[in-house]
Structure formats: structure tokens, C-alpha cells
Design a protein around this ligand. Structure first.
Ligand code: PEP
Length: 267
């Protein structure tokens, strides 16, 4: 099945409003100058919360061919949750996508598989497309537990969605991002063989739990030290539908080069 490529820039906690606007504008200029090439792919920028509104306005005032995503959301929908941002607020500020369960949220802020599943619900309830991050840490990889860990992380999300009778359309709006924790921000990306093995297994698990049309529609991204010089080898593998890019998404030229590597020029 042909899935649209998706390349997501995760800016993490980097960028005040002015430089964020500058970065998005530079990226946008490149896309606008080569518009037909990018019609077949989705590009999503995930700036810090504080820059979402400004980037939304930039999108609205131009023929933008990128979409807006947030890096996290609350499981709650409103009320006494000081410091939290709910899905409706993200929709209100123009987000279409949201990252859920990034490894930094899991390791630094104690997010469990169960909390990640609840956040996926919050996203879907608010018509946001969740990009669910999954990945093993170095010890788990070295001890040969990679596939077991990923299966657990994915099945907690899938089983709660299935139990709640989530519609096929909503399930198909999920994206999974395989991000080995040891590869994030380290400069040590996974090998093509490692990525292929994991992505094949993830697709298999999807097929075990979901109707074939839904399992085939869900996009699988790779993330972890993706750079212009490795993007083509990693992001054009069968069963890899694009990438989640951290550090390299902070430089317009690098990010655009990664998008170019991931998107076949005829699309
Ligand atoms: C990320 O933060 O999701 C990520 C993949 O970071 P980096 O590309 O810097 O490894």
C-alpha cells in the first residue's frame, strides 16, 4: 500500500518566537519554490508551545505546505491542572498533529505506557493525529529485548484503543515513530537492518490486532540522529514512511535536505 511520506521536525525546547518564525519561513521558502515536488508528502513542524500561535499565523498568511504539531498534550480536557495544555487548546492554536510518548517524556517525566495510551485518546478526541513514539534503550537492545519492549509499548496503546471501539478512521490516523533511545541526539543512528527488522515487526503487530486496511494505512517513521547524509539510506527503506527529526530540524538547510532525501523526486 502506498502511504504518503511524513517528515516531522521536533524542535524540542529550542527557539524563542522570532528565531522560530525565521526557521519556519526559511523552510517554507524552499518548499514554495519547489511546490510540485512536495505535493505527495506531509511535513510537520513541532515548535515549542510558545511559538505555535506565531507559526500558525505564518501558515495562514502564506500558501504553506507544512502543518503544525505539538510536542506533548495533557490527558485532561480542562480545569485545575496548572501548567498543562489540553488537546482542544492545541486544535485552537492550529495544530493538526501531536507527538505522544517521546522518550524524553517517558524517561525525564515518568510517562508510562498507560499514560501514553491515555494521551493518544486525548489527541483523537480533539481530532489531532497522534505520532506515538516507541523505542528501546541501550540496555534493552544489548540484552536482546528490543522487539519485546516495542511490542509491549505498542500493544498497550492498541488494546486500549480497541477496547474503546475506536473507529477505523481514527485508528488509521495514528503514526508510529520508532526511536531507539540510544540513537536520539547521540549521532549514533540505527542501521538500516535494525530499522527494517523493527518496522517489519511493528507492521506485523498492527496486522495481528487491526483490520488489514487500517494496519496498512498507519505510517511508520524512524527517528534517531537522522541527518542529511544518512536520511536516504534510512528513510527510503520498505516499511519506512518518513522520519522524526530532532537536532537536524533546527537548521533549515539540513531539514530540507532530509525531506528531499525522503521524498522521491517524481512525487
Ligand atoms: C527526536 O528528538 O525525536 C530525535 C530523533 O532527535 P535527534 O534527531 O536529534 O536524534
Amino acid at each position: 500500500m502506498q502511504r504518503r511520506a511524513l517528515i516531522v521536525g521536533n524542535w524540542k525546547m529550542n527557539g524563542l518566537i522570532a528565531p522560530s518564525l525565521l526557521l519556519a519561513t526559511e523552510i517554507q521558502h524552499h518548499f514554495t519554490a519547489n511546490l510540485p515536488r512536495y505535493r505527495g508528502c506531509d511535513v510537520v513542524l513541532c515548535p515549542p508551545f510558545t511559538a505555535l500561535h506565531a507559526l500558525h499565523q505564518l501558515r495562514e498568511s502564506n500558501e504553506a505546505c507544512w502543518q503544525l504539531g505539538a510536542q506533548n498534550l495533557s490527558v485532561e480536557s480542562h480545569g485545575a491542572h496548572t501548567g498543562e495544555i489540553c488537546g482542544a487548546m492545541l486544535r485552537d492554536v492550529g495544530c493538526q498533529y501531536v507527538l505522544v510518548g517521546h522518550s524524553e517524556r517517558r524517561t525525564l517525566y515518568g510517562e508510562t505506557d498507560q499514560l501514553v495510551a491515555q494521551k493518544v485518546f486525548s489527541a483523537l478526541r480533539n481530532q489531532l493525529w497522534p505520532i506515538v513514539c516507541l523505542g528501546e534503550n541501550l540496555v534493552e537492545r544489548q540484552q536482546g529485548h528490543t522487539l519485546t519492549v516495542l511490542q509491549r509499548q505498542l500493544e498497550v496503546v492498541l488494546s486500549s484503543l480497541i477496547e474503546a471501539h475506536t473507529s477505523s478512521d481514527q485508528l488509521a490516523s495514528l503514526t508510529l515513530a520508532y526511536e531507539p533511545v540510544w540513537a536520539i541526539g547521540t549521532g549514533h543512528h540505527a542501521t538500516a537492518a535494525q530499522v527494517a527488522e523493527v518496522h517489519d515487526r511493528l507492521r506485523q503487530i498492527l496486522h495481528q490486532h487491526l483490520p488489514a486496511s487500517v494496519a496498512d494505512a498507519i505510517r511508520l517513521l524512524y527517528g534517531g540522529s537522522v541527518k542529511p547524509d544518512n536520511a536516504s539510506a534510512l528513510l527510503t527503506l520498505a516499511n519506512v514512511d518518513g522520519g522524526l527529526v530532532g537536532g537536524a530540524s533546527l537548521q533549515a538547510a539540513d531539514f530540507v535536505a532530509i525531506v528531499d532525501a525522503a521524498v522521491p523526486s517524481e512525487s
